[in-house]
Design a protein around this ligand. Structure first.
Ligand SMILES: NC(=O)c1ccc[n+]([C@@H]2O[C@H](COP(=O)([O-])OP(=O)(O)OC[C@H]3O[C@@H](n4cnc5c(N)ncnc54)[C@H](O)[C@@H]3O)[C@@H](O)[C@H]2O)c1
Length: 394
């Protein structure tokens, strides 16, 4: 099967595998929907669950033939790497503590990786993946999908064009409500591993959703953090990891910011909001109204920019599937990341150049920055709320 690349040359559909995403899993199915939307991939193999029975039983629904439905990701990497028609890219949609070993195994087998966040549970592992990706030259896409909403990309272009002037203040909120009660005690598996330090890593809400907010602001502004001062709280009695995080942010170059990430804020559902204030104006993007961007130039009227209407800058046009007024959401954003990753993989494997507009997807260095952020926040909190530097060489 073939599909047209952005350059007009024809590249084959990429043969895709997935680790995780079997029966009862959450995000794997969203990845696969995203991968299908622009028709650059064909799912051919999977290690769909940590439970061997479920790994096999989940395969028919994905049209994965039994001989390519593996009960271990290591076996999948070995066998697929040995096949002439083996997978070219793999999705990693498993709990956090497994990402490092799974990514390393597939990278060492010469397979490009699309991994969910947070990339690893320690900075040492994250930096090891950075080195491995650099050494192999393979593509690594980290699915911080909020960077792929068209109006977030519009915001990035507006900041780069100078519409806000120098950035001074970055305010990030990512509240959710689903862990307001002790859901982990009810057998709800997404809650169980997320509140277990052995599986989630050293932080809870901070790592699970705080990194999405921090990364979205980083994508829009291009600014790197310099130091953080964190207050991490577990409000639900007996919970071992934070379900609420307040973090003060100092950016390189002098900008200041705040992050509030919470999973016990009733009424908020899933309400990421990023506000950027510069010398000449401000921008607000909110996941609740993802097709809009609020722009307030200091010397002019407030402007509600709507995806597809008026001036859409190149990255925003690239990230938009539908005309104005036809809402785009989470699946569309995943699709944009999958298209960007496909362009990079096709360039690497088939020599067909990727368009410039597809080159801003979050990569392995972004993943390491976010894991470094988590570790700095945990150290700050443990030290009683001291300022901890987040600058390190990647
Ligand atoms: N980008 C996003 O917006 C977003 C949203 C949700 C989750 N996530 C991330 O995605 C990952 C998965 O989260 P989820 O909510 O889908 O979890 P989940 O518990 O719903 O699903 C995890 C799946 O991985 C499987 N699995 C675990 N270990 C495995 C192994 N060794 N081999 C094969 N399969 C294995 C499980 O059996 C399950 O099918 C996490 O890292 C999470 O942080 C990202």
């Amino acid at each position: 099967m073939v599909t047209a690349s952005a350059s007009g040359r024809i590249a084959p559909r990429l043969r895709l595998g997935i680790v995780g995403g079997g029966q009862g899993a959450f995000i794997g199915a969203v990845h696969l929907t995203g991968a299908r939307l622009d028709d650059r991939y064909e799912l051919v193999a999977g290690a769909l669950s940590s439970d061997p029975h479920k790994a096999k039983a989940s395969a028919p629904a994905f049209r994965i033939p039994d001989e390519r439905a593996y009960t271990s990701y290591a076996e999948m990497a070995d066998k697929e790497a040995a096949r002439p028609d083996g997978i070219e890219a793999v999705i990693v949609a498993t709990p956090n503590h497994t990402h490092y070993a799974i990514c390393k195994t597939f990278l060492e087998a010469g397979i490009d990786v699309i991994c969910d966040k947070p990339m690893t549970t320690t900075l040492a592992d994250a930096l090891d993946l950075v080195r491995l990706v650099r050494r192999t030259g393979l593509v690594f896409c980290l699915t911080h999908e909020y960077t792929a909403f068209a109006m977030v990309r519009q915001a990035r272009e507006m900041v780069r064009r100078g519409d806000l002037g120098a950035i001074r203040i970055i305010q990030i909120e990512y509240p959710q409500e689903w862990l307001t009660t002790k859901l982990e005690d009810t057998g709800f598996k997404q809650a169980t591993w997320r509140t277990d330090p052995a599986k989630s890593g050293p932080a809870g809400a901070l790592a699970d959703i705080g990194t999405h907010g921090i990364h979205t602001a980083r994508y829009i502004t291009g600014l790197e953090l310099a130091e953080v001062c964190a207050d991490l709280t577990a409000f639900v009695p007996g919970r071992k990891l934070d379900d609420n995080a307040h973090v003060l942010l100092r950016y390189q170059g002098g900008a200041r910011g705040m992050l509030w990430a919470s999973q016990c804020a009733p009424g908020t559902e899933n309400d990421l909001k990023v506000r950027i204030f510069g010398e000449k104006g401000s921008l607000t993007w909110r996941l609740r109204w993802p097709n809009e961007l609020f722009f307030s130039p200091l010397d002019g009227p407030h402007q509600l920019l709507s995806r597809g209407r008026g001036e859409m800058l190149p990255l925003a046009r690239h990230a938009s599937h539908l005309p104005a007024g036809h809402p785009e959401g989470l699946h569309d954003a995943f699709a944009v990341l999958y298209r960007d990753a496909a362009d990079a993989i096709i360039e690497r494997r088939y020599g067909i150049p990727a368009p410039e507009t597809s080159k801003t997807f979050p990569d392995v260095e972004s993943g390491a920055r976010m894991v470094g952020f988590i570790e700095a926040c945990v150290a700050s909190h443990k030290g009683g709320g001291t300022w901890v530097k987040t600058e390190f060489d990647v």
